[in-house]
Design a protein around this ligand. Structure first.
Ligand code: IMP
Ligand code: MG
Length: 177
């Protein structure tokens, strides 16, 4: 049942083995690119927490983690207005910042984030997103490390929620009513 009580069935888009393999690859890629550096990974809550936890364990360079929390979705729809629920606590000036997102959809959140972080004057700023939704938002080129592209459907699992639920699913699925 969904939070509204509707029945749903779920279609698995990415199973846990496929995800695990891709996360290892991303970790290796990031480790090579950041050789000799100590990046600061900034996870965007809440959606990125599972991806971030898996990803950092496959990065071999020393790194620091921080988090900030944004929201723009209400009842599974983007409101278009990005709100900062809480910001990071440590300064990023002079640091090699890697933003870690769960999914880029309309790109509103990413555009906001890049502006917000740029203003803090990091030494470098890159983006790692677990998923990218094929909606033609024009921000795909801003993603330096991408896990998977998904079709234009509402997806859940591996950190992604629907009305606060299903973040704990080990796979990525799409809801069908
Ligand atoms: P955007 O601002 O439209 O790019 O959406 C960014 C944020 O909305 C993501 O970081 C997610 O937290 C959330 N979001 C977008 N699409 C989905 C989805 O299909 N499932 C779950 N969350 C989503
Ligand atoms: Mg998010």
């Amino acid at each position: 049942m969904t939070a509204e009580g509707k029945m749903y069935t779920q279609e698995v888009l990415l199973d846990r083995e496929v995800i695990a393999k891709r996360v290892v690859e991303l970790g290796k890629e990031i480790s090579v690119d950041y050789r000799g550096k100590k990046p600061l990974l900034v996870g965007i809550l809440k959606g990125s927490f599972i991806f971030m936890a898996d990803l950092v364990r496959h990065i071999s360079v020393p790194l620091a983690c921080d988090f900030l929390r944004l929201s723009s979705y209400h009842h599974d729809r983007s409101t278009g207005v990005v709100r900062m629920d809480f910001d990071m606590t440590q300064p990023v000036t002079g640091k090699d910042v890697l933003l870690v997102e769960d999914i880029v959809d309309t790109g509103n959140t990413l555009r906001y984030l890049l502006q917000h972080m740029d203003a803090k004057k990091p030494a470098s700023l890159s983006v790692c997103s677990f998923l990218y939704k094929e909606v033609g938002s024009g921000v795909k080129e801003k993603i330096d490390y991408l896990g998977f592209t998904v079709p234009n459907r509402y997806v859940i699992g591996y950190g992604l929620d629907s009305e606060g639920l299903y973040r704990s699913l080990p796979h990525v699925g799409a809801l069908k009513e």
